[in-house]
Ligand binder design. Structure first.
Ligand SMILES: [Fe+2]
Length: 291
């Protein structure tokens, strides 16, 4: 049976049926998913029971897996999952929810801010693929915003004003906006800001989008207050409900999003209960600009 994609939001997001991700997918199916990603920017798959190995194998259809180093503060000895898997759970290595004052947990609260994955890397991520292994009983929805629709809806004056702007992105900006300010010298070096264009163009469909992220904390050649208010205004514009899809997780849901065309955030959940979400990330192909 060929795969089918049904649009489930007025401006983006498709729900895919007719595929079992746990099995080796055909070249045709992988191409259909890639084409669906360019068009819908977010794809939802239901009832996909996966092992980490199956998830990584499927991810490999869309490009090399991103090197996760430099993306968090978790020490190698505290890692719960194998290399290649990003742990977006609230769990410690022993499987129990992280204590309330855990530095790792507090750092991960930054995922509740609107962002695009790895915008703090020189070459930011292409796709993120998230598998719901254990769904939290309360909250924990993931919201996605279509940055192409948001760009299209800007007035011409604003489009002209922002056309060539370059932002500085760092994990220290997103976490800093929540008051998470203490970093070791090693972490400061690791989280050194990188430059990203504010407006990017998609390599496949040619559409322009706002490349926003809570990791953006400054704009080159602009004063900090002016830069931050512009970023805040644009983010408010881009995350209006008409541009947002709310994903309510069911066990074994699998969602792929294109970080070049969307932002996302997770909503608060019951931190005393497990939430086991596992992400694989397809590396981006090129920087958005010279550093
Ligand atoms: Fe994320």
């Amino acid at each position: 049976m060929p795969i089918t994609i049904r649009q489930i939001h007025p401006v983006f997001v498709g729900e895919v049926s007719g595929i079992d991700i746990a099995k080796a997918v055909t070249r045709e199916d992988a191409q259909a998913i890639d084409a669906g990603m360019a068009k819908y920017a977010v794809l939802v798959f239901r009832d996909q029971k996966l092992t980490d190995e199956q998830q990584m194998a499927f991810t490999g259809n869309f490009g090399p897996i991103e090197d996760a180093r430099g993306g968090n503060i978790t020490k190698p000895q505290d890692r719960r999952l194998v290399e290649g898997m990003n742990d977006l759970s609230n769990l410690a290595k022993d499987g129990s929810p992280l204590p309330r004052d855990s530095r790792q947990r507090l750092f991960n609260i930054g995922n509740m801010l609107w962002h695009s994955d790895s915008s703090f890397r020189v070459i930011p991520a292409k796709y993120s693929l998230l598998s719901a292994r254990t769904v939290n009983p309360r909250g924990g929805n993931t919201e996605f915003a279509d940055m192409r629709a948001a760009y299209d809806a800007l007035d011409d004056e604003t489009k002209c004003e922002i056309a060539d702007l370059v932002c500085e992105h760092s994990l220290m900006y997103s976490r800093g906006s929540l008051g998470f300010l203490d970093y070791s010298e090693e972490e400061k070096l690791m989280f050194k800001p990188v430059l990203q264009r504010l407006v990017r163009q998609h390599p496949v469909n040619g559409r322009k989008s706002l490349y926003l992220s809570s990791h953006a904390g400054g704009i080159v050649s602009m004063s900090m207050p002016e830069a931050r208010i512009l970023l805040r205004d644009l983010t408010e514009h881009a995350t209006q409900s008409k541009f947002v899809y709310v994903h309510r997780w069911r066990p074994n849901d699998f969602v792929i999003w294109d970080n070049r065309q969307t932002m996302h955030r997770v909503r608060r959940f019951d931190e005393s209960q497990p939430r086991d979400m596992r992400r694989t990330t397809v590396a981006g192909e090129a920087p958005t600009m010279a550093q």
